[in-house]
Design a protein around this ligand. Structure first.
Ligand code: SF4
Length: 314
């Protein structure tokens, strides 16, 4: 039974697999078309250029099988874990030809402890052929997710953050992905520079009406080695306070359909390169405060589902 006032991923997986399932993150050595000049240079302004701990000077040094074994072993020791999802996380995990993708995605297929696969990518980096390949993974694994970064629906913000794809490309990607058995998770960022509460809620309202299965809500993080660090140092912009973030996330949860699985509610995991905002260091506190705020409001995911107009600009 879910213990949260929203449909959290942990509860979904326990219900689906009869026990906790842990995501093992994989860096398969991909680049990103928004970094190498195909779509843009330098990447999204908040994206750190180092990749994961599995790279040295940009080159992948840990074989994929080893990454998976190390990830599993970490959760086995810490949590007595038995089931896992292989999460192709770093950069754009569909950015290669289909033959190369096939070799990469096949690495976890013979591992019975891996019950699912999740692939993070950009919406402008997918096509029929790649989706057919990803759909084919369902013959081997019960859950196959694709995670598309949307971040915001607002053009002016997309230009500012150097996102490099349009809303139309995002909509095309979702339309191309539906009805294949692949589950779709959308990433949005709350607190992007110069976005008002009204703009954030417009993005949330758009997402609420998509034929998708899950959402990741990220807080905006300022990280070392990003374009945003340079912009911020020259011309600092305000970050949300924790109270504003918690309040906004609760507003978003209230308008998301009850069947949307909430995979994430804040940013995480960048201790060594983290700069700001300070409250983001304590993920548990943010999650607890979201729980408390929903309780205080006597509210839950989907409570204001009929909410079709945007909220007031607080
Ligand atoms: S699309 Fe993803 S990987 Fe590429 S620059 Fe933006 S955040 Fe980084």
């Amino acid at each position: 039974m879910p213990t949260k006032r929203y449909f959290d991923f942990k509860s979904y997986l326990i219900n689906r697999f009869g026990e906790k399932v842990y995501k093992v993150t994989i860096d398969a050595g991909f680049s990103c078309p928004n970094r190498d000049g195909t779509k843009g240079f330098g990447g999204c302004i908040y994206c750190n250029s180092q990749g994961s701990k599995h790279r040295k000077e940009g080159k992948l040094v840990t074989p994929l099988k080893q990454q998976i074994e190390e990830g599993k072993s970490f959760y086995k020791k810490k949590m007595n874990a038995k089931k896992f999802i292989a999460y192709f996380q770093t950069y754009t995990n569909t950015y290669a030809d289909t033959e190369t993708l096939k070799k990469i995605y096949s690495v976890p297929l013979d591992d019975d402890e891996i019950v699912g696969i999740s692939i993070g990518t950009r919406p402008d980096c997918i096509d029929q052929e790649k989706l057919q390949l990803i759909e084919g993974l369902l013959k081997y694994k019960e859950e196959v997710w694709i995670e598309y970064g949307l971040q915001t629906i607002h053009d002016q913000t997309n230009i500012f953050i150097n996102r490099g794809h349009s809303l139309k490309e995002f909509e095309d990607a979702v339309n191309l992905t539906i009805n294949r058995g692949i589950k779709i998770c959308i990433h949005i960022i709350v607190g992007l520079p110069y976005e008002s509460r009204k703009m954030i809620m417009e993005t949330a309202n758009f997402v609420a009406q998509l034929p998708i299965h899950g959402v990741k809500i990220h807080s905006l993080l300022l990280l070392k080695g990003t374009l945003m660090e340079q912009i911020y140092n020259k011309n600092p912009f305000p970050f949300m306070t924790m109270e504003e973030y918690v309040d906004t996330v609760c507003d978003i949860l209230e308008i998301l359909p009850k069947h949307f699985i909430i995979q994430r509610l804040t940013g995480d995991g960048y201790r060594d390169i983290f700069i700001a905002p300070d409250w983001c260091r304590n993920k548990l506190q943010v999650i607890n405060n979201i729980d408390k705020e929903l309780q205080k409001r006597n509210s839950f995911q989907g409570k204001r589902l009929s909410y079709l107009k945007v909220g007031t600009d607080k």
